[in-house]
Every structure is written in structure tokens, then in C-alpha cells.
Design a protein around this ligand. Sequence first.
Ligand code: PLP
Length: 420
Amino acid sequence: MINTETETAVTVSKKYFDVNKIREDFPILRKKVHNKNLVYLDNAATTQKPEFVINKINEYYTTMNSNIHRGVHALSQTATEAYERARIQIKQFINALGKNQIIFTRGTTEAINLVASSYGRANIKEGDEIIISHMEHHSNIVPWQLLCKEKNAKLRIIPINDNGELIFKEFEKLVNEKTKFISVVYVSNSLGTINPVKRIINYAHQFNIPVLLDGAQAVNHLKVDVQDLDCDFLAFSGHKIYGPTGIGALYGKVELLDAMPPYMGGGDMISKVTFEETTYNELPHKFEAGTPDIAGAIGLGAAIEYVSNIGIENIIEHETSLLEYSTKQVSEIPGLKIIGDAKEKAGVLSFVLENIHPHDIGTLLDFEGVAIRTGHHCTQPLMQRFNIPATSRASFAMYNTKEEIDVLVNGLKKTIKVFG
Ligand code: PLP
């Protein structure tokens, strides 16, 4: 048994926030796009990776590549230790009680599908109801829709107001004896709204209804403490918190995870296999069938270490100032309307410009070196709610600066000129 619990994290930098120093850690930020400095404001889609993370992945492939958990040889032991250490880093980062509550997945999408397929199939019956909100990412709509179709259950939707905030009173009205599960986004990727998830969880637990939080945009912008929140499940993706793509995690309460059937069958998730019957491995391995993304997990662990050493509080403070500054700057642009004006908001700025399609805005900004996202952001029902086909979205990360926001604003002004 490998005990990595006692290992301490390597210190990357002091808890002192210097955005210019941080930018030096991200090699891609030195890149030119169309001969302009890259201004990367598409962080809600995916964040850039610091050299520390890139080096850890490189180190894995150059010094320890081998399969985990099964080998007695030195490489396998080292790789297993590094992989399990990443699990502990996640456990500490979200303040889970045990590392067996952290299941590696491909990301948020797979984590939600895991719960919908495993917990959902075992517990949801005909006539039951599952509550989600109007601002969910498709990843937190479609898995529940599939489950409801299969079980003849009903999906109920928490409405939102014109500012892009959940209407709590309407949520309370939706909860009834048929409600068997609630799955809500913590921070909206399209609006930046920070939802009152603790309040939702408290209310749901009065009726013994489990709550899953889609934390894809939360772990990188907020201090997430699963014990304090008392959520039953939390899903997130590594690539949105400066880690690699294709890796993420599901946190779950032990009693729920223990009672859930496996999601996928294969190697590593078993205890004993005969043709007649198979018994399953203990948590978390029961849910990790097959060879996992070992390098990805190690990369995610490194990303969490990097973020922890910068200090999530410092990141929040910096991103809040960027959001305030950018909101003020774009508000002065005639014909620009911000979509999503919640009181509690994280670093996402979605907007529409009168008579200019978001794709045209995105294309012209690209010529200025500015990367933003345009489209429905995988939240089509939310776009329908605001009666728009798409928005332009700038989303911030710890390495963004006010000067970059100025470049964005100037680019928007140029765009307006071009379109008359
Ligand atoms: N949920 C939210 C709020 C998101 O922003 C995203 C990605 O944009 C997802 C879920 C899906 O994440 P992934 O594609 O990494 O599984």
C-alpha cells in the first residue's frame, strides 16, 4: 500500500500576487497572433497551462511512464504514487474527507454522466422528478434528459430572472415529494452568475434530496469546500483550472458512491472476476475502469498545486477587479448590452452588440490578437430565455490584465466602426 497522504506540496511561488510574474509561467502568452500580442480571453472554454504543469506531464513520460496499480516494478510504483498523489491534491483542494471520494473522470461531462447513469439508473423511477436550472450547460441537461426518457421521469427547470439569477422562490415551489435529484451549475459559464448553491443544498436536504454541483466554472474562480457546502456530488474539469484536457474529477459522498453500481466495466474496477460473477474493487477504483489518463491526472495535480501556491483568494481578488474594470469599460460602448448582471458574479462577461453578429465580433477581434468566444456556449435554452441566438463572451483568468481589457475594448470600438 502506497502512502502518499503525508507528502507535502512543492512550493511554486509565494502567496504574493504579481500578474506579470504569473504571465511568465505561461509560455503560450508570449505567442503572437496575426502579428499582435495574444490576448487570451476565452478562459471559460479552457485555460492556458503553466510551464509547471507542462513539465510535470513531460516528467511523467520521460521518467516514469508505465501502467499503474498492477505492476510491482519500480516504474509502475512511481507512476502509481504520482497518480494517487494527484488524487490527494484534489481531495485537499476541495476539502473532501477522504481520497476515496475523488474519482478521476475525463472531465465534468463524464462525471455528470457517471452520476446520471449509475446513481440515476439505480434510484430514479417512473414519475420521479429531477430539477436543473435554466442556465445549465448542455452537459448538465442532456444526461438527465436521457435518464428521464429511459425512466419516464420528468425534468423540472428552475427559472431565472432578467439579471440571470435563479429565482429561489420558484425553486422552492418546484420541490415536492416526487423530486428525487437536483443538479445545478455553481457558476454559469455563459453569464458568470454564482448561484446560491449552499441555500439550494440546505433546502434540498430538508427533504433528503441529493444535490450535484456542476463545478466546471467554480473550482477555478471560487474557494470550493465540499464539506462546508455539504453537496452530495461535485463535478469539474482539469482544463478549466490550468490543467490538461481529458481529465477531471467527480467528488461524491461515500455512502452514495458505495451504494452506486459501477459505471463502466473493465480492468482495475474489479475485485474478482469469474464467468458467473464479478465483485468490484473498493472506492474510488470501482468507478475507474481501464487504464486512466495517468499523465493527465498528474498534470491536474500539478495545476492544483500551482493554483494553491498562487492562492485562490488572490486569484479571486484579481479576477474580481478585472470583471469590475471590464464591466465599466464595455458599459460605455453605445449599443452594447451585457447579458448576465447578477449580484454575485465570477469572471465572465457576456454581451451583445446592436446589429452585429457575435461571430463577426469574434472574427474581427481575432485580427487584433484577441481570443473571445462567440456562440451559444453550450447553453441553448439560456439563449432562448434571453431571446438571442448567441453572445460574445470574454472570460478571465489569473494571468489577464487591465491592459488586455483595453485591447478588447478598442477592438470592439473598431468593430463598431467597420460595421458602421
Ligand atoms: N459545465 C460547465 C458550466 C461548463 O462551462 C463546461 C464546459 O464549458 C462543462 C460543464 C463541460 O465541461 P467539459 O467539456 O470539460 O466536460
